[in-house]
Design a protein around this ligand. Structure first.
Ligand SMILES: Cc1cc2nc3c(=O)[nH]c(=O)nc-3n(C[C@H](O)[C@H](O)[C@H](O)COP(=O)(O)O)c2cc1C
Length: 189
């Protein structure tokens, strides 16, 4: 079964990100097409990029870089669970992306975004520009959650509506198709 790396982008205390990621990982299990791995950037706790060489050279000097490299390398597809901060995406996600290069190449990426009225879509538009530089292939179907707090129950867990559930399934279907189509490129890279 292909591996899907689900990245939680926000890191602040009290964040909603892990609740959204937990819900989505539940949808991955229900879908059955991927084995999910979760990378919570708060737990990963990468310092601001501290490698001297360009990541494409793979001359990593730090254990945290090698560990992050191995995690991303093992993935066949990626989903970024992102908040929207000031119409963009959280800075720890940019840092985590920039740490690596070839590890991202020729993998499909989907987005689960959340926020206020724009449902995090402005953050996703920014992300699409950046992931393209790394030959990550953004899939079109996405999960965009408006006014995310309306979907949190008393325990802070996400209770999704039918639109969200269908969107998650549609994005996972597309990620399966695209990761299969890109597999020959990954094996040759
Ligand atoms: C620094 C900051 C900037 C924000 N900017 C936006 C924004 O531009 N658009 C939006 O819809 N929500 C914005 N929000 C509200 C967030 O969508 C909301 O707080 C969400 O829960 C953030 O995700 P997190 O809880 O995982 O950190 C902002 C929140 C913070 C903390």
């Amino acid at each position: 079964m292909p591996t899907l790396l689900v990245i939680t982008a926000s890191t602040r205390p009290g964040r909603v990100g892990p609740a959204v990621a937990d819900w989505f990982i539940g949808r991955v299990a229900a879908h059955g097409g991927f084995e999910a791995q979760h990378a919570d950037l708060a737990q990963l706790d990468l310092p601001m990029l501290d490698e001297p060489a360009h990541p494409r050279l793979h001359r990593y000097t730090k254990d945290h870089t090698r560990a992050w490299s191995a995690t991303v390398d093992a993935a066949d597809a990626v989903v970024m669970v992102t908040a929207e901060y000031n119409y963009g995406y959280p800075a720890p996600l940019k840092n985590a992306i920039d740490y690596l290069n070839q590890e991202w190449r020729h993998k499909p990426v989907g987005f689960v975004s959340y926020g206020g009225v724009a449902a995090g879509t402005r953050a996703v538009q920014q992300l699409k520009q950046v992931v393209g530089a790394l030959s990550l292939v953004a899939v079109t179907p996405s999960v965009n959650i408006p006014f995310v707090t309306q979907f949190l129950d008393a325990d802070g867990a996400v209770t999704a509506n039918d639109v969200m559930v269908a969107a998650a399934a549609g994005m996972l279907d597309e990620l399966i198709r695209v990761q299969a189509a890109l597999a020959p490129l990954r094996s040759g890279s």
